[in-house]
Design a protein. Structure first.
Ligand code: SF4
Ligand code: SF4
Length: 171
């Protein structure tokens, strides 16, 4: 059984805690303090530049197609072996994939596939709302990856990326 002092302390604390809590609410409920709550999904979060989403294949604005040359380097590099690339042999002078797919249910967003790409056509996208009801829905084909990739960034951005990679490999 609690002694009298402890009981009195508990009673005092219970009365003190109410104004204490109200004071904290009052201090934080002020127009001077910026709102920190994100109203997702109505408001989409601003993602950092280096955010890694699903690997995607942006299209070249000049051709409307992916710049992929179907070399398969990304598939060989992927530690999860979830990338499938099939070469289109219809025109020997124009290397392109006839099929390209990624099973993102097993992707760990490591970005190694993008690092291996010799033409920098595979980049980490910004999409994160990827939930589906089926496993098949997690397999993204060439069209899906191009749609998610949007248009390829301006030429100078591509050159910047290539320069960065070159510097990284030299250091
Ligand atoms: S991000 Fe990593 S795990 Fe995902 S496809 Fe690329 S290499 Fe594979
Ligand atoms: S490494 Fe690049 S060019 Fe080669 S198959 Fe993959 S995405 Fe295409």
């Amino acid at each position: 059984m609690k002694n009298k002092t402890v009981i009195i302390k508990d009673i005092i604390n219970s009365f003190v805690s109410i104004p204490k809590g109200l004071w904290i609410t009052l201090v934080n409920w002020s127009i001077a303090r910026p709102c920190v709550t994100e109203l997702y999904p109505e408001q989409k979060r601003q993602l950092p530049q280096n955010y890694r989403g699903i690997p995607v294949l942006p299209v070249d604005p000049k051709t409307g197609k992916s710049r992929c040359i179907a070399c398969g380097a990304c598939a060989r590099m992927c530690p999860e072996h979830i990338i499938t690339v099939e070469i289109d042999k219809s025109d020997p002078k124009d290397r392109k994939p006839s099929e390209f797919s990624i099973d993102i249910s097993r992707c760990m967003w490591c970005g190694l596939c993008t690092e291996a790409c010799p033409v920098n056509c595979l980049v980490m996208g910004k999409d994160f709302e990827l939930a589906t009801y089926t496993r098949e829905g997690m397999i993204y084909n060439l069209e899906d990856l191009m749609r998610l990739g949007g248009e390829f960034p301006a030429e100078e951005v591509v050159e910047e990326i290539a320069e960065e990679k070159k510097e990284e490999s030299e250091s």
